[in-house]
Design a protein around this ligand. Structure first.
Ligand SMILES: [Zn+2]
Length: 143
């Protein structure tokens, strides 16, 4: 009896994502300069986060930029102990949702706050960071 040929091929595939950011580049440029901004639809006034080149509510593509400020209130958070592969080997870390005045909610890492201190309602401040690769990102810290 011969073994049936396998219909499966085992290969390692590398996925590469090139996300077009030209329309929302202002966000990253502002973040580098210490400002936390997002998009506001010129047609219906919806403020979106993350910044959107097309309004999720009315699909309009004209928008302006508004500052969210730096202060937010902790809505909820969780400690991540089972990491996704890209963070394998990291220490457990905290992820939080902070609400800015005006109601915009932002998901970000929460730095320097112990799990038992992360009580909904505490004041947070968003801060810019730069990754080892030189890319800007943002985190929450305690205000
Ligand atoms: Zn809109």
């Amino acid at each position: 009896m011969s073994e049936e040929p396998s219909l499966h091929s085992r290969r390692t595939l590398t996925l590469r994502f090139d996300l077009p950011i030209s329309k929302v580049r202002e966000f990253w440029d502002s973040l580098r300069g210490g400002k936390f901004v997002t998009t506001k639809c010129a047609r219906c006034g919806t403020v979106s986060f993350p910044p959107q080149a097309d309004c999720p509510k009315c699909m309009g593509s004209e928008f302006g930029w508004v500052e969210l400020g730096r202060e937010a209130t902790l809505v909820t958070c969780t400690q991540v102990r089972t990491m996704p592969p890209s963070f394998a080997g990291s220490d457990p870390y905290m992820i939080a949702i902070g609400e800015f005045s005006g109601g915009v909610k932002v998901l970000a890492w929460l730095e320097g706050v112990k799990r038992e201190e992360a009580i909904p309602g505490i004041k947070l401040r968003v801060e810019a960071r730069t990754s080892k690769e030189g890319n800007p990102f943002y985190v929450f810290v305690r205000a």
